[in-house]
Design a binder for this molecule. Sequence first.
Ligand SMILES: C[S@@+](CC[C@H](N)C(=O)[O-])C[C@H]1O[C@@H](n2cnc3c(N)ncnc32)[C@H](O)[C@@H]1O
Length: 279
Amino acid sequence: MEHTTPSRTAQRVAIRRAAHQLLDDPKVFEDPLAIAIAGGESEPPADAQKPYSRALRAFIAVRSRYAEDRLARAVERGVRQYVLLGAGLDTFAYRNPWRSAGLDVIEVDHPATQEWKRARLNEAGIKIPEEMTFAAVNFETHALDARLQEVGFRRTSTAFFSWLGVTPYLSRPAFDATVEFVASLPSGSGVVFDYARERSLLSPLQQLALDALAERVARAGEPFQLFFDPAVLRRDLERLGFRNIEDLDGDEINARYFAGRADGLAVSGGGHLLYARVS
Ligand SMILES: C[S@@+](CC[C@H](N)C(=O)[O-])C[C@H]1O[C@@H](n2cnc3c(N)ncnc32)[C@H](O)[C@@H]1O
């Protein structure tokens, strides 16, 4: 992607999270700051009720819900560092329910996206809390480890990472370097990320949806480049020392988070949600 301008996909997913707050009932992901951070638009996008748009919005909402569900369990186990990798316009840091329990938050992203986010926060009247920090990192070229330690990350304590909507945009070496870093942290640390299944493993309908989305993000200057075979990914993560791996495909996501809805909101693409804990 263009590293000198803010991420356009970050803006787009924020708009879809805001649309989820406005259009879907019940909400799978409650985010009282989603509308303000997305620019305060009270009108959802014109295509919001089209099937592909609903399914994409469902995936974007549920991945944040899944990450925060897993974070809650990590905090219960005593984790007190939360790192958002490729944070975009995520609002967790500004509504952190574990502030008084001492949960520190670090947002990692490209500098241009972070600068734009600060301006957005300012315009929306959202205060930057004291226990959060920004770390400017390009996963392709920077050592995440060193950058995090520069902003106060405690390497000898457990940490929880979310990495939402980012892996498809990375090279495989950048992905590997990041998961290797997480795997090197103390036992009990964990990560949630979403990923796209390899095209050849998708149904014809899912292939069409992927191709359409891939074209849109490429036009935004942020082409997809990384896809996984779930079985191979699991093996690779286990080899690094991750255990308790949970890898949810679309059917499993729907069964857990979208069952019994009157409005039929559900995911339908080839996106997976994965949680892995350092053993
Ligand atoms: C689709 S957005 C998702 C943002 C956020 N996680 C969310 O769910 O709203 C992708 C994010 O990944 C970041 N990103 C992509 N490639 C990156 C890289 N090589 N280094 C750092 N950040 C990157 C972008 O700046 C952007 O914030």
